[in-house]
Design a binder for this molecule. Structure first.
Ligand SMILES: Nc1ncnc2c1ncn2[C@@H]1O[C@H](COP(=O)(O)OP(=O)(O)OP(=O)(O)O)[C@@H](O)[C@H]1O
Ligand SMILES: [Mg+2]
Length: 221
């Protein structure tokens, strides 16, 4: 589902990622933890093809994103990827419903199918009655849940989530984690979850630590 090989990314003289490798199989959900500034968001951006590595390779669902031109990469990203950004990236001039619907509109899904799936996802994150609201009327945690719904709405083959429960109370966080795990595992998609939360890490199949530019197993105890 996801293959990352020998990925290196420098900012100035500092190697943030240094020969990093990662494999995520179908239906597998991996949590990545690591100190602030260790490169977790950088890694997700590279996996999503939103930034280019200095060296190394990323393959998503059999496609090498770096080998595509800009248009091809945009299309592949739309179809295959669901991304929950650390800062949400909800569009302020669209309603909640329109934000969640957008990936399906871009993929040309039919109106009825779009409406049903948007309601399904908004209900699953506890916002079934907020579809008509504007983003500025929502709390931070509500916006975060809109971002999760939008990342899952088009049934992507790879879900990338950057601290998707950072603004949520424990119960709501668990609801969102269960939804992410269910959507990923039931469809045989892959999932990469970046988190500082132990509860979130526990919901994953495997936990890895980003440390000095590479992923390693956690030290237990
Ligand atoms: N565009 C950029 N230009 C220069 N430095 C950058 C850039 N993007 C990230 N960095 C640096 O790379 C390092 C890793 O950043 P990144 O955002 O990946 O960390 P993170 O692990 O996601 O941290 P956090 O847990 O705080 O979100 C940081 O030191 C950051 O300052
Ligand atoms: Mg980050």
């Amino acid at each position: 589902m996801l293959l990352v090989d020998a990925l290196t990314k420098r900012f100035g003289s500092r190697a943030v990622l240094d020969g990093l490798g990662l494999r995520v199989g179908p239906g597998e959900y991996v949590a990545i933890v690591g100190e602030s500034g260790s490169g977790k968001s950088t890694l997700l951006n590279l996996i999503a093809g939103l930034d280019r590595p200095d060296t190394g390779r990323v393959e998503v669902d059999g496609t090498d994103l770096a080998a595509l031109d800009d248009a091809g990469r945009t299309l592949a990203r739309r179809r295959k990827l669901g991304f929950v950004f650390q800062s949400f990236h909800i569009l302020p001039h669209l309603t909640v419903e329109q934000n969640v619907e957008l990936p399906l509109v871009l993929l040309g899904a039919a109106r009825d199918e779009r409406a049903a799936r948007v309601l399904e996802l908004l209900s699953a994150v506890g916002l079934g009655d907020r579809g008509g609201s504007m983003p500025r009327e929502l709390s931070g945690g509500e916006l975060q849940r809109v971002a999760v719904a939008r990342a899952l709405v088009h049934k992507p083959s790879l879900v990338l989530a950057d601290e998707p429960t950072g603004n949520l109370d424990p119960d709501t966080a668990q609801t969102v984690l269960d939804l992410l795990a269910r959507e990923i595992r039931s469809r045989g998609a892959g999932g990469v979850l970046v988190t500082h939360s132990e509860a979130a890490a526990r919901s994953a199949d495997r936990v890895l630590v980003l440390d000095h530019g590479r992923l390693r197993e956690p030290v237990i105890g």
